[in-house]
Design a protein around this ligand. Structure first.
Ligand SMILES: [Ca+2]
Length: 327
């Protein structure tokens, strides 16, 4: 009896020591190999039971995983196929967005924690009306009305399958929070960190080559279930860019006893601080005339003037001819 108890104590102690060794500087957290991705990539993708799957036009080189290249109409995705069983996590993504465009480039890429992996669609290469969390790294300002932020812009969206991502408005109707971040075309390494712990979502960036995380935004009361999947996707349309994922490090974070024992698998994604969805409305028309309308009006007036001019020319020409005949 006592020997069994001592053996159990030793077992608990040895597990605890292993755990402590893995934690490094963050007590209670450790990296999850299945949800991380590092060079060299061929070993990651060489086996049929790889944790990561590529979809669409995604290409793997020895330096990066390219979701889209800098050419039009590409769609790519990189999806992990092991569901996330732990409630609290932090993901560090090393990425690079770059291309030949100086003024026009796009559209950006998205990082997902979603119910359904490996799907394609219109939201940065993933499906609309998704279930889960999207961190959208938007490089192109589609919003042609007055803007309250510049691009590139990082934003978060939580969806329970009922919300539409409105590209024409850069998703501002459904955005939870966001920040401007000049991550495109930098010489420095560009990284983003997404932390989800105790229902608080925090997104930080490290893009200035200082190895310091700078908080982009933090939102409380964000409810996300376990057993969703991590993924990345990007799409190009008329505009294009290279959207590269270089590495992913995912850490399981320390979790309270209550969260660990709670069944979190059936939680419906929810964020009370998100603005309720507003109906899509067209841009305010200002004085009522868009540039296109004014252009057509000017063209119409020119045509009318031309028609009147030509008509008048023939009329007077004919009258002069008739006069000449009378003399
Ligand atoms: Ca956009």
């Amino acid at each position: 009896m006592y020997s069994k108890l001592i053996a159990a104590l030793f077992l608990i102690l040895s597990i605890h020591l292993t755990f402590e060794q893995d934690t490094g500087n963050n007590p209670g957290s450790y990296e999850i190999r299945e949800h991380s991705l590092n060079r060299p990539y061929p070993s990651v993708f060489s086996t049929s039971n790889s944790y990561w799957h590529l979809i669409g036009n995604t290409l793997v080189t020895d330096r990066h995983i390219r979701l889209t290249s800098d050419s039009q109409s590409k769609v790519g995705g990189l999806w992990n196929i092991i569901p996330v069983s732990y409630p609290d996590w932090e993901m560090h993504v090393h990425f690079k967005v770059h291309g030949s465009g100086k003024e026009l480039f796009g559209d950006g890429f998205a990082i997902w924690y979603a119910r359904d992996p490996k799907l394609g669609g219109p939201v940065f290469g993933y499906q609309d009306y998704f279930h889960g969390l999207a961190i959208i790294m938007d490089t192109y300002s589609n919003h042609n009305g007055p803007h309250n932020h510049a691009h590139p812009y990082i934003s978060a969206m939580i969806n329970n399958g009922s919300l539409h991502y409105d590209h024409d408005r850069d998703g501002t109707h459904t955005s939870l929070a966001g920040c401007e971040a000049q991550f495109r075309g930098r010489d420095t390494d560009t990284l983003v960190a997404i932390r989800y712990q105790n229902d608080r979502l925090t997104v930080s960036t490290d893009i200035e080559g200082k190895n310091i995380w700078k908080e982009c935004f933090a939102v409380s009361d964000v409810r996300l279930p376990t057993h969703y999947y991590f993924g990345f996707s990007a799409a190009t349309g008329d505009l294009s860019d290279n959207h590269d994922i270089i590495s992913v490090h995912t850490y399981q974070l320390e979790t309270s006893e209550q969260r660990r024992t709670e069944n979190r698998q059936n939680i419906i994604p929810n964020a009370p601080s998100a603005e309720p969805e507003r109906p899509h409305t067209d841009d305010p028309k200002g004085s009522g005339w868009s540039a296109l309308k004014i252009f057509f009006l000017i063209m119409f007036l020119i045509l009318v003037c031309l028609a009147v001019g030509i008509g008048a020319y023939y009329y007077f020409d004919r009258r002069q001819y008739q006069r000449k005949r009378f003399y």
